[in-house]
Structure formats: structure tokens, C-alpha cells
Design a protein around this ligand. Structure first.
Ligand code: NAG
Ligand code: NAG
Length: 404
């Protein structure tokens, strides 16, 4: 072919073409060979991140897997659900499959992470006035032929919905209060006392308040959620010195206290107070056969002996990440003083590397076969060059719970 060209008069032209072809091949070879950038070459092209549509079914599946893994990694708090995919890039790597860079807009659900997987099927985002929302960034590795799904790293930032803004649409709605508010603690204590008074054998103690709201009904009303643990002694035991104090939480309760008082009458005598309580006990994964509703309102018959959530065995597979809780946006100084873009309203930092060429992450432990398996990890991509199909459609049609 080449010699045929050489013999004729198009040498210069085809030579140029060939040169360009060669350059392209070299570039392509560079891009394809995802080997670690051992001696950094100055003119190396940057590895390519492909923007994907945020409503693609595959992307939604990947986002679902990633969030599942984030939830599974929690040691405290409530499960998150996906509101929308904000941004997604794919880095395809020869022989290794893909590493996805996901930015997810999330909502807190009403399910505590300690609830069984089965119970978590029914997790719903909280009502708008009690919403906690935010953003997660996650890296997720998928190698379909090898059936590998792995979350190397994530970070999330959450905030409660703005009280002032929900107040304009729902002035009478309950509003969140500080978990350390003495009235919240009192409401939890009173509702737990009611639970204990109806519990036939076991007694429970408060571990901590996990959610607290107040509202004015006919008087002040408090709504709380709190974790409970077994009290060291049963009621029938008159004296008991067994004090294993740091037992694990065994359940979560929702309680409320509503005072009915006349607004203008000073509270000279104790006002009437109605107290409610509902507790749900955590179950170990094993013992749920046929039990449709693990919620027990009063007097639990069976309790889990241990409530250990299944931990994925080797700690080396545990992702690096955490969920950061920030105060509601209105609590902070207005933007001018911060001088930042609205993007910084939910600052989420996720960088395993700052090297634009990328670094390698050893994931050999995910693969059964011998030999090193390395993923190239890049700095987390910014907004530039994201797909026009991002962010995707949101599930909760409420602008107050969407990060900017
Ligand atoms: C996650 O965020 C925290 C700050 O909130 C930061 O210190 C940490 O480095 C971040 N993790 C990664 C992997 O970037
Ligand atoms: C997202 O995808 C679903 C199904 O593929 C489609 O029905 C829906 O209209 C899409 N939404 C948007 C905003 O593109």
C-alpha cells in the first residue's frame, strides 16, 4: 500500500496523512494502555472520562448499587435514598471494566440503618418539612464479566431543609429541633416510660435521641425518635447488680408528647399530656421467615440475641468515606460573606488523587485469580463537560430538597 503511494505523485500528501495517522495511533495507544504512569511523560494525554446521561437505565442501576454500598457502610443514622443522579462519568479501563464517578442528590429516609434489610424495603423519604437532603460523591467499580461491584470511596454532605422556606408553605408543620434540646429528651423519656409500663418482662433504656421536632397543637407538642437498649434488670428482679452498661441498641421508638393547655392560662397545675409510643425492634437477618411486619407496637415477644448487621468480611474491602451533617443553609451567613458559588452549599470532597494523570488503586483482593489488578483513579471530575442529560429527573418534586 505504502509503496504504491510512494511511486506516485501524492507522496507529500499521503506522507502527511500517514504521519497524522501515526500520531493518532500513538495517542490511542496511550489512551488504551491504562498502565500506571510510572515515569510521568510531559505530553501524555489525559485519560478520558466519558460523560453519560443521568437518566440512562444503566446509570440508574450503578447509582443504586453505589448508594446501597454507602448505606451498608453506615454505623449510625438513617438510610439514604436516591433523589436524582446529578452527574456521572465513566472511565473504561481495558481488562478491568469501568470506574464510575457519580454525583448523587440524596434524601434521608425514615429507616434507621439498624433495621433489617427486609424492613428497609419500605424506606421512604421523610415528609418535606422534616427532610434532610444533600449530595454524595462516589467512585464505583464494575467489572461485569467478573461480577465485581465495588465502592472504593465516597463522601456525602447533608443538611436539613430550610425551616424558613418550609414555613412559608406550611406554617403549622412541625419543625426540627436540636437533638440535645431538653424538651426532646423529656419527650423521649416520657414515651419510653409508657412503653416500659406496658412491657411485660423486659425494660428498656434510652440510648439517644435521633430525631426531634416540635409543633404547636393545642399546646406544645414534641415528636421524637430514639434508640433503646435493654435495661440490665428485669422488672421482676427486685435487686440486681448486673451492670453491663454498653449494650447495643435493640430497637428504635417513635414517641410524642402533646400538652393540651389553654394559651392564656398560666400553667399552675400540671396540664394534661397525651403520650404515644411505637417501637420497632431490630432483627438479625436470619430470623425473619414469613414475618411480614417486624414492627411491634407493645411488648416485643422476640428479641434478637445479637443485632449485628452483616459485615462484609475483610476490612480491606471497606470503602473510605463518611457522611457529614451540616446545619440548614439559612443558619449560615449569606453568600456574599462566603463569596462562594452555590455549588459550595454542599461541599463534598472526594479525591483519592490529585494527579491529573491518575494514580493506581490496587484492587487485587476483589479478584480471585492471581496477579495484580489495578484500577486507574483520577481526580474527581468537576462540572465541566458533563452530559447535557444531567442532572437527571428527580423523584421528589420539591425544589427545597435539591442541592443547587
Ligand atoms: C471526605 O471528606 C473529608 C472531609 O469531610 C475529607 O477529609 C476526606 O479526605 C474525604 N475523603 C476523600 C476520600 O476524599
Ligand atoms: C427518563 O427515562 C424514563 C425511562 O427510560 C422515561 O420514561 C422518562 O421520560 C425519562 N425522563 C426524562 C426527564 O428524560
Amino acid at each position: 500500500m505504502i509503496s504504491a503511494f510512494d511511486r506516485f505523485g501524492r507522496v507529500a500528501y499521503s506522507g502527511m496523512g500517514l504521519l497524522r495517522l501515526l500520531v493518532l495511533c500513538t495517542l490511542a495507544a496511550c489512551c488504551m494502555a491504562r498502565s500506571p504512569p510510572a515515569p510521568p511523560l510531559p505530553q501524555r494525554p489525559l485519560p478520558l472520562l466519558h460523560p453519560l446521561g443521568c437518566n440512562d437505565s444503566e446509570v440508574l442501576a450503578v447509582a443504586g448499587f453505589a448508594l446501597q454500598n454507602i448505606n451498608r457502610d453506615q454505623k449510625d443514622g438513617y438510610m439514604l435514598s436516591l433523589n436524582r443522579v446529578h452527574d456521572v462519568r465513566e472511565h473504561y479501563q481495558e481488562d478491568m471494566g469501568s470506574l464510575f464517578y457519580l454525583t448523587l442528590d440524596v434524601l434521608e429516609t425514615d429507616c434507621h440503618f439498624l433495621l433489617s434489610r427486609k424492613a428497609q424495603k419500605g424506606c421512604k423519604p421523610r415528609m418535606s418539612y422534616e427532610s434532610v437532603y444533600g449530595q454524595c460523591k462516589a467512585m464505583f467499580h464494575i467489572n461485569k464479566p467478573r461480577r465485581v461491584l465495588y465502592l472504593p470511596a465516597y463522601n456525602c454532605t447533608l443538611r436539613p431543609v430550610s425551616k424558613r422556606k418550609t414555613h412559608t408553605t406550611c406554617p403549622d408543620c412541625p419543625s426540627p429541633i436540636d437533638l440535645s434540646n431538653p424538651s426532646a429528651l423529656e419527650a423521649a423519656t416520657e414515651s419510653l416510660a409508657k412503653f416500659n409500663s406496658k412491657s411485660p418482662s423486659k425494660k428498656y433504656e434510652l440510648v439517644k435521641v435521633t430525631k426531634a421536632m416540635n409543633q404547636w397543637v393545642s399546646g406544645p407538642a414534641y415528636y421524637v425518635e430514639y434508640l433503646i437498649k435493654e435495661a440490665p434488670c428485669t422488672k421482676s428482679q427486685a435487686s440486681c447488680s448486673l451492670q453491663h452498661s454498653d449494650s447495643e441498641p435493640v430497637g428504635i421508638c417513635q414517641g410524642s408528647t402533646v400538652q393540651s393547655s389553654l394559651r392564656h392560662v398560666p400553667l399552675i397545675q400540671p396540664v394534661e399530656k397525651s403520650v404515644t409510643v411505637t417501637c420497632e425492634f431490630f432483627e438479625s437477618q436470619a430470623q425473619v421467615p414469613g414475618d411480614e411486619n417486624p414492627a411491634v407496637t407493645q411488648g416485643p415477644q422476640k428479641l434478637p440475641q445479637k443485632n449485628t448487621t452483616p459485615t462484609s468480611s475483610p476490612s480491606v474491602t471497606a470503602p473510605r468515606g463518611s457522611i457529614q451533617h451540616l446545619p440548614e443553609l439559612d443558619d449560615e451567613k449569606p453568600e456574599e460573606s462566603k463569596g462562594g458559588s452555590p455549588e459550595e452549599a454542599f461541599p463534598v470532597q472526594l479525591d483519592l488523587t490529585t494527579n491529573p494523570q491518575g494514580d493506581t488503586l490496587d484492587v487485587s483482593f476483589l479478584y480471585l485469580e492471581p496477579g495484580d489488578k489495578k484500577l486507574v483513579v483520577l481526580p474527581f471530575p468537576g462540572k465541566e463537560q458533563r452530559s447535557t442529560e444531567c442532572p437527571g429527573p428527580e423523584k421528589e418534586n420539591n425544589p427545597l430538597v435539591l442541592p443547587p
